[in-house]
Design a protein around this ligand. Structure first.
Ligand SMILES: [Mg+2]
Length: 298
């Protein structure tokens, strides 16, 4: 497939999506142009998906890779309580990669983009030994309303959406709903938009509860006690729920006087503990909990 054909295909996909208000120029020029509305903040994130690091071509289809590449970035928008606006998708791939693979990749990515009404506004293409995808996403929130990691306060309840450990269990079992969850994570965009009104702080769980909670505590200069009642996914272990990555659920804190709804955007919410005033000290049922989640550089 020649680059001009590939660009034509990508452009065709991009045009099928409804443009978001404010996006003045999408695919086709040197830059995308966005005109921000008054009283809004824009949030930006970028995430890599790399062959043999995040997926292998033996276990993941082109569609799985396209879905996951966008889902990871969308999950970061969900973590900020942001509404998706546009994405830029850069793809580097070896010459041997087939046209059906490329079509499958973009088709799946655009299916997910369509579900969350995020426009594909551009990107880049290059040759490389391994398939490397970088998806940058831009989202918007009302001015000053982005959900941050740094604003949890001692006494706040710690909560999570959905269930934990499923993606890690799926990586081992390689079948069933947990494997599907590993390959096709669902970004919690709707939940993030709703949580923004009740949460004091929040983030998404990409690298495992123990490590991500540690990061939230570090940013908020506080600690945490977990009571040991975790919403563990069926087929997953406590270890996987604590330290397994890629669940892409939301971790958030709520002021003690605020009532926590049982569900939000169709997802169950579970209170798993409370924020304390002892910086970076996290305990589970009274015992110290070390941050053992996934760290690329460990
Ligand atoms: Mg994140």
């Amino acid at each position: 497939m020649r680059e001009t054909d590939l660009i034509r295909m990508i452009r065709g996909f991009a045009q099928q999506l409804p443009g978001r208000t404010g996006l003045i120029q999408g695919v086709g020029d040197d830059c995308a142009v966005l005109r921000p509305r008054p009283n809004e903040d824009l949030v930006f994130t970028t995430d890599f998906v790399i062959e043999d690091r995040h997926f292998t071509t033996d276990t993941h289809t082109a569609g799985d890779v396209g879905h996951k590449a966008l889902a990871r970035s969308l999950s970061d928008l969900a973590a900020m309580g942001a509404e998706p606006v546009f994405c830029l998708v850069s793809l580097a791939f070896p010459q041997k990669l087939t046209q059906p693979w490329l079509r499958g990749f973009y088709k799946s990515l655009m299916d997910l983009a369509g579900r969350y009404k995020i426009a594909l506004a551009g990107g880049d293409l290059a040759r490389s030994e391994r398939i490397t995808v970088d998806v940058m996403c831009c989202g918007r929130t009302a001015r000053g309303r982005a959900m941050l990691r740094s604003t949890a306060r001692p006494g706040d309840s710690i909560c999570v959406t959905g269930e934990l450990g499923g993606a890690a269990a799926g990586l081992v079992s390689k079948h069933g709903p947990n494997w599907l969850r590993q390959k096709r994570p669902q970004p919690r965009i709707e939940a993030g938009l709703k949580l923004r009104t009740i949460a004091t702080a929040g983030m998404d769980l990409s690298d495992g509860l123990s490590l991500d909670l540690y990061r939230l505590c570090e940013e908020s200069k506080c600690g945490a006690t977990l009571d040991g009642r975790l919403p563990i996914a069926k087929g997953a272990s406590l270890e996987q729920a604590l330290h397994g990555g890629e669940d892409y659920e939301l971790l958030f804190t709520v002021a003690p006087q605020v009532r926590i709804p049982k569900k939000i955007a169709g997802l169950p919410l579970t209170r798993i503990g409370a924020i304390t005033n002892t910086p970076r000290k996290i305990t589970l049922a009274g015992e110290p909990l070390r941050p053992l989640g996934f760290d690329h550089f460990r």
